[in-house]
Write a protein that binds this ligand. Structure first.
Ligand code: F6P
Length: 366
């Protein structure tokens, strides 16, 4: 018996002539490359006679029954498009009364045989639990600009975010230099500093502050002061939004958007560390300091070629997993190879920036 038949749908009930149906959803923050994955899944499964159904707004679409057609025509031309044509949300079915049951009901009503869930740790955490507890026929695709998903070397969307942040650092260099200022650039990344470290290295930042290796404000200011003593009149500081203001006294302070409620996955909304850091730097060093918060610019727009290729390869792998009936798995990048890993392995812990990466960044501080 197939997974779909166990859930009360599929060819057992419909007869052999019905096309097999796959649902596709995108959850969490949007990310460049989502449409490239959708296109690859739809096209590969269409080759084997499958029909795809778009589930609107992430898990909310399965809870509320929001669907759209996803035929070859619908996915034509979407490869370079940012965002997601099926929409997204941060809905967690496990936080809603009867949420998981409604997911199963709508899945069965739509006569779906399989689901491709494209998301980060939250979206795929739900997928992992549904698979574990209900044998739900789901495969995952690792998405996030933060690159913090475990069991894959890279997620798609990250390269685009790093490219955008790098371009910003490049642009800030010329204005910083002209005005003899310190420029603080706040980048996204939630609890990890992947975007900060890689855009900081690529852009030649003078100090990079990340949550995993929190150097103190005093040390950061000393690096800037030394640099200025050595004849440089400007400095570029890249700070990850999740960096906690850390002082030599041992005190640490998380800066988050004021009065922001936790989302359904228990996350605070970051924002503001750049401002707080800039104030500290200006007060302590006396150097005029300005802040740029890149925000959602890092998530918008067209994916880089690298992200398009990675997203396409992930999409093909997800389709192959569906065809092979290998559920509870996620497409992943190991070195240059696309492999599959268990959803549990991917979602039980975050992939943080290893010390060796930060050492590389530090080699160019000051
Ligand atoms: O996880 C992606 C991400 O862009 C984080 O880097 C950031 O903290 C968060 O999403 C922002 O979420 P929202 O779009 O809900 O403000």
């Amino acid at each position: 018996m197939t997974a779909g038949e166990r859930l009360g749908c599929g060819p057992g009930r419909l007869g052999r002539l019905a096309r097999m149906r796959v649902g596709i959803l995108t959850g969490g923050g949007d990310c460049p490359g989502l449409n490239a994955v959708i296109r690859a899944v739809v096209r590969r499964l269409d080759d084997d006679g499958w029909e795809a159904v778009g589930i609107r707004a992430g898990w909310r679409g399965l809870v509320e029954g929001l669907f759209m057609s996803l035929g070859l025509r619908d996915v034509s031309g979407i490869l370079p498009r940012g965002g997601t044509i099926v929409g997204t949300s941060r809905t967690n079915p496990y936080k809603l009364e009867g949420g998981p049951e409604r997911v199963l009901e709508h899945f069965a009503e739509q006569r779906l045989e399989a689901l491709v869930a494209i998301g980060g740790e939250d979206t795929l955490g739900v997928a992992a639990r549904l698979y574990r507890e209900q044998e739900f026929p789901v495969v995952g695709v690792p998405k996030t600009i933060d690159n913090d998903l475990n069991a894959t070397d890279y997620t798609f969307g990250f390269d685009t975010a790093v490219s955008i942040a790098t371009e910003a650092v490049d642009r800030l260099h010329t204005t910083a230099e002209s005005h003899n200022r310190v420029m603080v650039v706040e980048v996204m990344g939630r609890h990890t500093g992947w975007i900060a470290v890689q855009s900081g290295i690529a852009g030649g930042a003078d100090v990079i502050l990340i949550p995993e290796q929190p150097i103190t404000i005093e040390d950061a200011c000393a690096i800037i002061e030394n640099r200025h003593r050595d004849g440089k009149d400007f400095s570029i500081v890249v700070v990850a939004e999740g960096y906690e203001l850390t002082y030599a006294s041992g005190e640490q302070r998380v800066v988050a958007a004021e009065a922001s409620p936790l989302d359904e996955f228990g996350h605070i909304r970051f924002g503001g560390v750049g401002d707080a850091l800039a104030r500290e730097i200006e007060e302590r060093t006396g150097f005029e300091t300005r802040v740029t918060v890149l925000g959602h610019v890092q998530r918008g727009g067209t994916p880089t070629a690298r992200d398009r290729v990675l997203a396409t390869r992930f999409g093909l792998k997800a389709a192959e997993l569906v065809l092979a009936g290998q559920f509870g798995r996620m497409a992943a990048l190991h070195g240059d190879a696309i492999v599959d890993v268990s959803l549990d392995e991917a979602t039980t812990e975050l992939k943080t920036v290893p010390p060796a990466w930060y050492e590389t960044a530090k080699a160019f501080f000051g």
